[in-house]
Design a protein around this ligand. Structure first.
Ligand code: ADE
Length: 278
């Protein structure tokens, strides 16, 4: 996958792209990432990319010309690859894992980072980008959103995470058999006891089927407790009896978990890799 990022702050991406998962994806040739400084395309001697809003009001608006020319110049490279254009904006569709999965399968993305009060509406109409928001809060620009998106699609490229199963088992990728998106189960590593807290016995039992059932139940229970909205149309929203296996928790929490925990019998889980409705 080729990714082009259009920004007035290309330097912001230097450390990000040379670290962790994005760096691995680039090194493995699964993605290539090219930053373009919008300012370099400004057709005026001061390299000005913004101006005051017509109609008055606070702040500045990014002008059409530098953005349009930057997109055209970026997309003229490797032009046989058809790009999905994405504008990062708080007014966009909220980014979800199914959308990330769809984006991760595209041959090319052009990510447009806005700044100031926004972008002149006419260049948005002309370029027709998919408008994406990373959450209901306002950032100073689209760059952090672009980094979120790059990280999320990079880790889904084949071979990037090393362990093929791990992306499919992430929160929001795991699904119950009735299709509900679920949060991930808790994870533990050595030592077996830390600060008076023990790892749940079931994980030390060597019984893989029982471990799978326990993890399924934990995913359902966590989703029910933390994100009941994800289970809105699912029978998993109903409380189920559970096997007691929470010996690492303080007594009060164990009692609470035992009262409301889902049974391992209910809603086996499916790893979700295919995009949906995006
Ligand atoms: N730019 C400013 N705020 C944003 C947000 N919440 N998501 C994506 N891009 C943005």
């Amino acid at each position: 996958m080729r990714i082009d990022v259009l920004t007035i702050f290309p330097d912001l991406f230097t450390g990000f792209l040379s670290t962790s998962i994005p760096a691995i994806a680039i090194e493995q040739g699964r993605i290539s990432c090219h930053t373009h400084d919008i300012r370099a395309y400004a057709a005026n001697k001061h390299r000005k990319v913004d101006d005051r809003p017509f109609g008055g009001g606070p702040g500045m608006v990014m002008m059409c010309q530098p953005i349009f020319d930057a997109v055209k110049a970026a997309e003229s490279q490797d032009s046989e690859l058809r790009a999905v254009r994405v504008l990062l904006t708080p007014q966009g569709e909220r980014l979800t894992q199914p959308r990330v999965e769809w984006l991760a399968q595209q041959p090319r993305l052009t990510l447009l980072c806005g700044h100031y009060e926004g972008i002149d509406e006419r260049v948005i109409e002309e370029l027709k980008p998919l408008e994406i928001s990373i959450g209901d809060y306002v950032l100073s620009g689209g760059e952090l959103g672009a980094m979120v998106l790059i990280d999320a699609v990079a880790r889904l490229q084949p071979g990037v995470l090393g362990h093929e199963e791990s992306a499919a088992e992430d929160s929001f990728s795991v699904r119950s058999t009735d299709g509900a998106h679920l949060l991930d189960c808790p994870h533990y590593t050595r030592p077996r006891e830390w600060n008076g807290r023990e790892v749940p016995d079931i994980l030390l039992s060597g019984d893989h089927a029982a471990v799978d059932r326990w993890r399924d139940a934990q995913r359902i229970e966590r989703t029910r407790e933390r994100r009941p909205d994800l289970l809105q149309n699912s029978p998993l929203a109903e409380a189920q009896p559970l096997p007691a296996a929470n010996n690492n928790k303080p007594a009060a929490q164990v009692a609470r978990a035992n009262r409301s925990h889902a049974s391992g019998e209910v809603g086996g889980l499916l790893g979700q890799t295919a995009p949906e409705g995006a």
